[in-house]
Every structure is written in structure tokens, then in C-alpha cells.
Design a protein around this ligand. Sequence first.
Ligand code: B16
Ligand code: MG
Length: 217
Amino acid sequence: MKIKACLFDLDGVIVDTAKYHYIAWKEMAADLGFDFSEDENELLKGVSRMRSLDILLGIGKITKTEAEKLELADGKNRRYLEYVSHMTAAEILPGVTRFLDDLRSNGILVALGSASKNAPMILDRIHLKEKFDVIVDGNSVSRAKPDPEVFLKGAALLGVQPHECLVFEDAQAGIEAALNGGMKVIGVGSSDHLSHADHYIPGFKKLDYELLSKWYL
Ligand code: B16
Ligand code: MG
């Protein structure tokens, strides 16, 4: 198998933190006097905090100064942290822990490549941090997905070439980021919503090293 490393997105791949992002943004929208639907929340998946805020303010047709935006983003993050601080390992998506162990025992390096600045804290909460050789998150990158920076940085820190990397992503911007970086990519979700990935999986329940070997010989 040519693949030497697997890089994982966090939200939507390892855990479903999208629901907590949604509640926090929805509460903020309500404070600002407009409704924010679950469908509209799809637009924020994989998108950075400040870009998410811009999209949300656009939906509410609200204009704010840069200083006000920083304050709003801070407020949203405080609400979000209240929710994720109660997370436990029970919220790890099905099959993820077994799959990470399977990869590691077969000599595959494992990295996290997430847009979230809260990623290390969340991995800590769900006791998954030690399964990752490298963590790259929203604190260590300056360009958001679909820019490949987050994944290229992960590959460099692992000491592998991009073409030796396989990315797992649930957001279209993340799939584009992996492809822009010259990596293979598996879409976590349905091809009805995602495109251009090599393969699509509904989750990790039925995936193991053996199947990956067949796909990427
Ligand atoms: P934070 P991922 C992304 O995580 C989320 O999908 C996205 O909704 C969120 O806005 C972004 O992280 C930033 O998160 O506010 O915690 O820094 O999918 O890249 O793991
Ligand atoms: Mg995601």
C-alpha cells in the first residue's frame, strides 16, 4: 500500500461537534433578532470561525464592525465551549477508535487536520489525543480549507510526502483541500452531498486497514 499516513478532520469525522456549533450560532442569531435554520448550518461545516460569522451575518442581513465581529465570535465560542466541555468518549463516532488502533498497529501514521481552534481541547475531553502522532488545527494554520495548508503541514510534520497521505473529510471544502494538496481523499458522508473524493463511506464501522489496502495498493 502506498499510503503511509491518514489525516482526519475532526468535526463530522471523529465527533459530531456540528450540533454544538449549531446551537451556539443559533443562540447568537436569536440575540441578533433572526432565525438560523439547520439547513443554513450546512454552510458552516468545515469553515473557520470568522468566516462562519460572516456567512451568518449575511443570512441575517446584519452589518458589524471588525471589533464587533471579534466580540460576537468570542461570545459564540464561549457558548460553544460550555457545550463541548461536557463531551465524553461516548460521543466518538462509531468505529473511529477501533479504526485508529487498526491503522496504528499496521504502521500507518495518524494526524488530525481540523479548522477548529478548540480541537486539542476536544481530543483531550474524549481521551483520543494520544492516538494522534501530529495535531494540526485552526491555531497553527493561516489559510482555511480548501487551501491545503492544514493537511500539507500535517504531512510535513509526519515526514511523509502528500501522495503518501489519505485524508478523511466530511466537508466539500476539506475534500478540495486534500485534492489541492495532492492527497487521496475519502468522503465521510454521501456522494449526494460530496463530490470528487476517491471513495465515500457512511462512517467507520465497516472500514479497516485490509479494505484500505485493497483500495490503495
Ligand atoms: P472553532 P473541522 C470546523 O471543524 C467546523 O466544522 C466548523 O463548523 C467550525 O466553524 C470550525 O471548525 C472552527 O471551529 O470555532 O472551534 O475554531 O470540520 O475542520 O474539524
Ligand atoms: Mg468537518
